[in-house]
Design a protein around this ligand. Sequence first.
Ligand code: NAD
Length: 392
Amino acid sequence: MVIKPKVRGFICTTAHPDGCKVLVSQQIDYVKSQPHSQGPKKVLVIGASMGYGLASRITAAYSFGAATIGVIFDKPANGARTATSGWYNTAAFEQLAAEDGLYAKTINGDAYSKEIKDKTIELIKKDLGKVDMVVYSLAAPRRTMADGTVYTSVLKTVGEPYTNKTIDLKNRIVSDITVEPASDEEIRATVKVMGGEDWKDWIDALKAADAIEDNAVTVAYSYIGPDITHPMYADGSIGKAKDHLFETSKHMTEQYGVRAYISVNKALVTQSSAAIPIVPLYISILYKVMKEHNVHEGCIEQMYRLMNQKLFGESVITDSENRIRLDDLEMKDEIQSEVKKLWTEISSDNLDTHADLDGYYKDFYRLFGFEADGIDYAADTDADRAINSIIE
Ligand code: NAD
């Protein structure tokens, strides 16, 4: 079929298999072109099909030759519907990894469930024995508990409402938005979904099954950002969940015999960040400034740097609170002072000079395999792509 983008709100309901493959192979080529340090050899990536999780999997495989098991939550093509882009990314990654002689297998299902944890552990025990690294890169809107209770995360402030600029990307209009405070129950639910409880459940389950090496490294991802985003992010409901994630890392390092870290990453266009009010406008300004200063990075450059320079270099490089900082370039004074100036001035009339909207759009479409170089998007393509090893 001929596959065109169909954008609904913050997501695109179609994905292009050939575009996804080109973009995955570009990430692989980037890692191949860089120098490598010594790193883990048996890596579990939870949330491995897109964004930071996919880039983590690619980096572990192509920097260290690691065997990777990915846990994803994606759908294959079905009749007139394309597969999700995470499905196509994973199909492409597995195929390319196999061609390069790398072990890569994938479990498809809800990572929060006991069933998927059990299946993953069974595969680890059978094929790898134990893992020496666990990447926890879930970004999910909800979590279903074993008893059927569903918790839904919200992107709201805590305490006071917050008004600031936001962008309607479709119509290119900048306007004010007021984000309302979350209720206590909404905050608790957001912590349940995006906090550290499920990360700890995974490490508990791996430990209980003797499927993780002593002293293994585990990392989960967080964001801090500048003042303008704080009420919405770091001090908002999602920030409470990220605080919990950080506390969980400390607890696991002290009690579990693993080295658990939080990596504070750069703001980037992903399926998750596109849904946060205020943040996409900030990201479009940030892209402009970071590109002008020649310090712009995508997921793969960030994850390459995380693994080769911060985590598995000569020593682990952290800030004074023991967090890894990949937002170091984003948060530089010269970057943030320019972003702040542009933020103050920006309106619907000067978007072209004050923000990199084209860069934002390109990255957004690329999440779904569109806008990749060398693809004829008018040509027929087969929407059915197999993930060779898939376990459902
Ligand atoms: P993403 O949406 O690109 O990827 C999330 C992944 O989780 C996808 O592969 C998705 O399929 C998977 N997933 C979701 N629910 C699942 C479930 N129930 N079971 C199994 N897999 C599931 O998101 P991302 O932006 O790469 O986010 C990853 C982490 O990085 C999150 O913790 C996020 O808060 C953090 N982070 C993101 C940014 C950013 O700007 N995007 C910045 C800093 C930190």
